[in-house]
Design a protein around this ligand. Structure first.
Ligand code: 5GP
Length: 235
């Protein structure tokens, strides 16, 4: 397979065409942004770590019956994926209150939710990804009710698989964001699953091992991403 011209450059990844119209070539970048692009920086080796961690999680999910766009790794910071028409809804799953949920509902960070919370956000940089509900999704024609029902079920299954796997590695899965898309009409999990898009806390010390270290200037950002990789792979 050949890497062809760049189609798109996002905040954390570049997307290239390949000689196969069904496949895209993704390159993960070290660039980091937060607060809708207001805070910018780089995290050394983030591209590699997020590529390897995402590939690890997509494989784990595939072994557990969840299909994603992931096809194969091409290098330390590159993977090939199935081309997706992205559904512009970001799906956030929350086990423990943190971030915008803690702020919005006045909950202390770390409060265990009595049940898992699934939220939908409209994927729009201009609007800053506003929280939306199923009526908004229907009114704006972002996805069908059947697609959203499937997406919710998959997101909850992903939560159970990741939560159990991480717990064995002394990590709490606080929350995470997923994106979905259509590949030749088939609904697939897309984007990435990494410390950029999830919150991971050490089970015992509650130390944050994710992008909040960058967002909140906590230091040791690269070390935190490496620690997640080490706990997953032993490397
Ligand atoms: P919050 O809404 O608390 O800011 O984020 C909830 C979870 O979803 C966190 O794990 C966060 O990393 C992830 N998340 C939500 N929106 C985005 C986004 O636009 N970009 C990234 N990288 N992660 C997001």
């Amino acid at each position: 397979m050949l890497k062809k011209e760049q189609l798109y450059e996002g905040k954390a990844k570049k997307v290239y065409r390949t000689d196969n119209p069904d496949l895209y070539w993704i390159e993960y970048k070290d660039d980091a942004t937060a607060f809708n692009g207001l805070k910018k920086g780089t995290i050394a080796n983030k591209g590699e770590l997020n590529n390897l961690i995402s590939a690890y999680f997509f494989r784990l999910l595939a072994e557990n019956g969840i299909e994603s766009h992931f096809v194969e790794e091409k290098s330390e910071r590159e993977m090939v994926v199935k081309s997706l028409q992205i559904i512009p809804v970001e799906v956030v799953v929350r086990n423990i209150a943190a971030g915008s949920l803690a702020k919005r509902l006045g909950l202390e960070e770390g409060t265990v939710m009595s049940r898992t919370v699934v939220e939908n956000y409209y994927k729009s940089d201009e609007l800053g990804d506003p929280l939306i509900n199923s009526d908004h999704i229907r009114a704006l024609n972002l996805a069908t009710p059947e697609q959203m029902a499937d997406i919710r079920a998959i997101a909850l299954k992903v939560n159970e698989i990741l939560r159990a796997h991480l717990a064995e590695r002394e990590l709490d899965l606080i929350d995470f964001k997923l994106e979905f898309g259509l590949h030749n009409g088939q609904l697939l999990l897309g984007d990435e699953i990494s410390p950029d898009t999830c919150r991971f806390w050490d089970k015992n010390t509650k130390e944050k091992l994710d992008k909040d270290r960058f967002r909140r200037d906590l230091g040791n950002v690269e070390e935190a991403y490496k620690e997640v990789y080490r706990r997953l792979t032993g490397r």
